[in-house]
Ligand binder design. Structure first.
Ligand SMILES: [Zn+2]
Length: 281
């Protein structure tokens, strides 16, 4: 959810703070990237100047953009499950892990290697694990590491000119011909990417709700969690009261505003904005 921070929540010294608020899979909020507009306040305080067209020194107007390791935390907490990491294919360092089945049999490792080389040539980030660990151990290992797709191939598959693909996000297993394995893998990686997005979006949509009283926010927050949206008069006193009664902080004033009524649910005065509230990390 893209929005602007309230004055209480903005970076101190900034004129405005913009944020991307994300809902983690436990329905808590994570502020996952902010940008600030500083005006010329910091430049004046630290006497930062540049020479203008008029050949005189001026204080620049500054911005600050914060995209940091926190985003990695956001990925883990949005998509992960009880078996470990679940990485979206577009950012996964390894998109496909190949696990040869019955690898002691003649030609199995070579056949798997050939598939790996074809996928590599097609621009897919792929690795093969032909170590001595059991297949079951390897399955669990790469599940935990969040590799989006697992490709298995043993002697029986080789006879049929096929392999097995297993999706990390939903465990779905399919038998795929080797004839056009590059395209099949790419299509499935796209499906995993879209599947993860849809699941996270559904979580966000199903757990974002409009409230018209502070008591309603408190009640919904304690039973459902997620994001409550209400109107707000703009006074910090009401923001503090919302925190005190319902235990939530303002997450942002979304750039896409909705009209949920005319008054602030806390004080009853005319509302200025629609605000998202939640419990944050
Ligand atoms: Zn108010």
């Amino acid at each position: 959810v893209k929005g602007r921070k309230t004055d209480k929540e903005k970076f101190s010294g900034a004129e405005a703070t913009y944020t991307v608020e994300c809902m983690m899979h436990d329905k808590k909020a994570l502020q996952a990237g902010t940008s600030h507009y500083f005006g010329d306040g910091f430049a004046t305080a630290f006497d930062i100047t540049f020479t203008g067209e008029d050949n005189k020194p001026h204080h620049p107007f500054q911005t600050s953009w914060g995209v940091s390791t926190r985003l990695i935390g956001g990925v883990i907490m949005t998509h992960g499950d009880n078996n470990g990491l679940v990485l979206p294919p577009r950012i996964a360092p390894t998109q496909v892990i190949i696990i040869p089945v019955a690898q002691h049999k003649e030609g199995v490792i070579e056949a798997n290697e050939a598939v790996m080389n074809r996928l590599k040539a097609a621009g897919i980030r792929v690795k093969m694990d032909a170590s001595k660990q059991s297949a079951g151990w390897k399955f669990a290992e790469y599940e935990m590491k969040g590799v989006p797709l697992r490709l298995e191939m043993g002697p029986k598959d080789m006879e049929k000119n096929q392999c097995v693909l297993v999706r990390r996000d939903n465990g779905e297993k399919s038998f795929v011909s080797l004839d056009n394995i590059e395209e099949a893998v790419k299509t499935m990686l796209d499906a995993v990417q879209q599947g993860l997005y849809d699941k996270a979006k559904k979580n966000l949509d199903e757990n974002t709700y409009a409230c018209s009283t502070v008591e309603e926010v408190k009640e919904k927050m304690s039973t459902q969690g997620g994001f409550a949206k209400t109107m707000w008069c703009g006074d910090e006193a009401c923001e503090l009261k919302m925190k005190e009664i319902a235990g939530v902080s303002s997450r942002c004033i979304p750039l896409e505003q909705e009209h949920l009524g005319d008054v602030c649910p806390v004080c009853g005065k005319p509302a200025k904005h629609m605000v998202y509230w939640g419990v944050a990390y």
